[in-house]
Write a protein that binds this ligand. Structure first.
Ligand SMILES: Nc1ncnc2c1ncn2[C@@H]1O[C@H](COP(=O)(O)OP(=O)(O)OP(=O)(O)O)[C@@H](O)[C@H]1O
Length: 609
């Protein structure tokens, strides 16, 4: 099969050369043949494939992989559907140099905003910090974890990009999740913020597309595109970030990644799509738009990844996700491969998520929903009226300890968009350069704010929950919860903007009587992360209603006992009851509670996309 596609590409190139007339659109070239020198008219030999097959050192994983392709998924792929890619390569954006048929090197791209931080600071990754993390996997026939990237058969081009990224070894979530995904299994994975989940779902997708058999060519004139993989994320900025990461991982693999998100001109995104797409990274709203315009079809999807999956399936997004995954033309579970990732996975969301999965493996690296103990968490009692002056004290102290007199990056979370603007204004008036990101700002303003913050030019970013999830901003030294969220999971994601990739971070929360409902969960979370819990907060925790409020986790007993919801007695839907437990066991669930409401921020959902 591979040979015939190689022949097809070779013949097509030779035909074009012989006719000396360039095709109106370049012919589709399958990923494993892309980035090869163009064939001369004389040469009819297919170029060597980019991926040279499994190495003997990785026989177990590789064996599982080849097994995957003889599964029903393979039959699906070879069905004579009239689809494929709209066009070939290289005419431009999203990582391609317009007019020069050349992929832009994402590793050489310079951020034109002057970085405040040195390369050395950027590479101080200490993944030893994650070594003792308990890992639990449940499900049937769980593939064994690996210890090194060399043990995983990802293909040379991808391995080269891993080296370029300076990833020396896989993080615990990568060690476990990648072999599971390469074996073709569906996965629900929960791992702490900043622990490398993006690569954990990108690597198997890219590798799978590289090694997979190519799809049929798109008939000319049809403008619908047929991506092979779909990665959904809740915010525009996170989709952009995943796109950037995926472009690095897929550099010179021939796998093409395109991003589509709201707030940006759709025409440019349509042009990017028309140039060819293997992996589509998207926010749900913009994707629905593209599907309704019939510019994207999900018919050929082999891989579906939901990043921040619990957010994607909560009340704000669930209808859109169901529409995309269940009501359009995406292959069903068992035919496609589905991967769900987050740092938090409330049991009710797990239950919903199981509709999207087939005989999946549940992976928990660390306790489900826990924060990393790399973050020094502090809670201070601050009345509403004192919050600004208190923040000022923190910023002054930070400036005094700053690197070379510069303000360390501080991310300040507030409840409302108006509150964000007002605080930004006040900070600027008081000599602290600040910017803001929230749903009322234009996309351009949001992107500019983020860029300015990342570069250190504006070291304080005031944000609503739009910035709470997934954003990987190096050097965020301090996260301040100026207003605490209503939900402890939101707190976990917010503080997770610091203390990433093995680095230490600091998180300060302003607590007052408005936050009583969060007291119990906050105290539990801090205790679990070996943080010092002030006695007064334990008092509030005792007073708070264990099963009430909007905190879905609040309930009696240890909320950290929670694991794979299928192991609860109440589980009665689908799947197998014979769950292999390959790791540490936690306690049971608390006796009450569950999901008592949506995220506090559900009102901003549409603005996120
Ligand atoms: N194996 C590795 N070696 C070194 N650095 C890594 C490795 N894997 C990931 N990283 C880096 O770790 C940082 C965090 O990764 P990533 O953003 O994927 O975390 P995450 O688990 O998705 O976090 P969140 O839950 O906040 O979304 C990134 O800067 C990434 O480049």
């Amino acid at each position: 099969m591979r040979t015939s596609w190689a022949d097809l590409a070779a013949n097509s190139a030779a035909d074009n050369a012989n006719n000396s007339v360039p095709p109106s659109k370049p012919a589709y070239v399958p990923p494993h043949l892309r980035n090869r020198p163009p064939l001369s008219a004389e040469s009819h030999a297919p170029p060597p494939p980019a991926y040279s097959g499994p190495s003997s050192a990785s026989a177990s994983v590789a064996g599982a992989v080849s097994g995957r392709w003889s599964s029903p998924r393979n039959e699906y792929r070879t069905q004579p559907v009239s689809s494929g890619h709209t066009s070939g390569w290289g005419n431009n954006s999203g990582g391609w140099d317009r007019g020069r048929d050349r992929e832009v090197n994402p590793f050489a791209e310079q951020d034109d905003s002057e970085p405040t931080f040195t390369e050395q600071e950027n590479t101080g990754i200490n993944f030893d910090a994650y070594e003792d993390i308990p890992v639990e996997t449940t499900g049937e026939n769980v593939p064994s974890p690996v210890n090194t990237f060399a043990e995983i058969d990802l293909g040379e081009a991808l391995n080269e990009n891993i080296r370029r990224c300076k990833y020396v070894r896989p993080t615990p979530v990568q060690r476990n999740a990648i072999p599971i995904s390469l074996a073709g299994r569906d996965l629900m994975a929960c791992a702490q913020t900043g622990s490398g989940k993006t690569a954990a779902f990108c690597f198997p997708i890219i590798s799978g597309i590289m090694r997979g058999q190519p799809v049929q060519r798109q008939p000319r004139g049809v403008r619908t595109v047929f991506p092979l993989a779909l990665v959904l994320s809740p915010t525009r900025e996170l989709s952009m970030q995943i796109h950037e990461e995926a472009r690095k991982f897929s550099y010179q693999t021939g796998v093409r990644v395109v991003v589509a998100y709201g707030g940006a001109p759709i025409n440019q995104q349509l042009r990017d799509l028309e140039r060819g797409v293997d992996i589509l990274v998207a926010t749900p709203g913009r994707l629905v738009d593209l599907l309704e315009r019939a510019r994207v079809s999900l018919q050929m999807i082999r891989y579906l990844a939901l990043d921040e999956a619990d957010r994607m399936l909560d009340m704000g997004f669930e209808p859109q996700i169901r529409k995309i995954v269940q009501q359009m033309d995406m292959p069903p579970p068992g035919v496609r491969q589905t991967m769900l990732f987050s740092a938090t996975f409330p049991r009710e969301i797990q239950r919903l998520a199981s509709d999207f999965l087939s005989n999946y493996i549940f992976l928990a690296v660390g306790r489900v929903g826990s924060s990393t103990d790399l973050i020094d968490q502090r809670v201070e009692y601050v009345q509403e009226s004192d919050k600004r002056s208190h923040l000022m004290d923190l910023l002054h102290a930070q400036r005094a300890n700053g690197v070379q007199g510069k303000q360390a990056l501080t991310l300040v979370f507030v409840e409302t968009k108006k509150g964000a603007d007002a605080l930004e204004h006040w900070l600027c008036l008081n000599g602290f350069p600040a910017t803001t990101i929230h749903g009322d700002r234009t996309q351009q303003e949001r992107e500019f704010a983020l860029k300015s913050f990342k570069s250190g030019n504006t070291p304080i970013l005031v944000a609503t929950d739009v910035a709470a999830r997934g954003l990987d901003i190096p050097h965020v030294a301090h996260v301040v919860n100026f207003d605490l969220p209503n939900d402890i999971d939101d707190y976990v994601h917010r503080i997770g903007r610091t203390g990433r990739a093995g680095k230490k971070g600091l998180a300060t929360a302003f607590f007052n009587d408005n936050n009583v409902n969060l007291a119990r969960a906050l105290a539990d979370l801090m205790q679990e992360a070996n943080q010092e819990v002030p006695a007064w907060i334990l008092g509030y925790a005792a007073r708070s209603s264990f099963c009430g409020g909007r905190n879905r986790r609040s309930g009696g007993g240890s909320r950290f006992g929670s694991r794979d919801f299928r192991r609860e007695g109440s589980f009665s839907r689908g799947g197998s009851s014979d769950y292999h437990n390959a790791g540490n066991n936690g306690g049971g669930y608390g006796s009450c509670g569950g999901y008592a409401g949506g995220y506090g921020s559900s009102g901003v959902t549409s603005a996120w996309d």
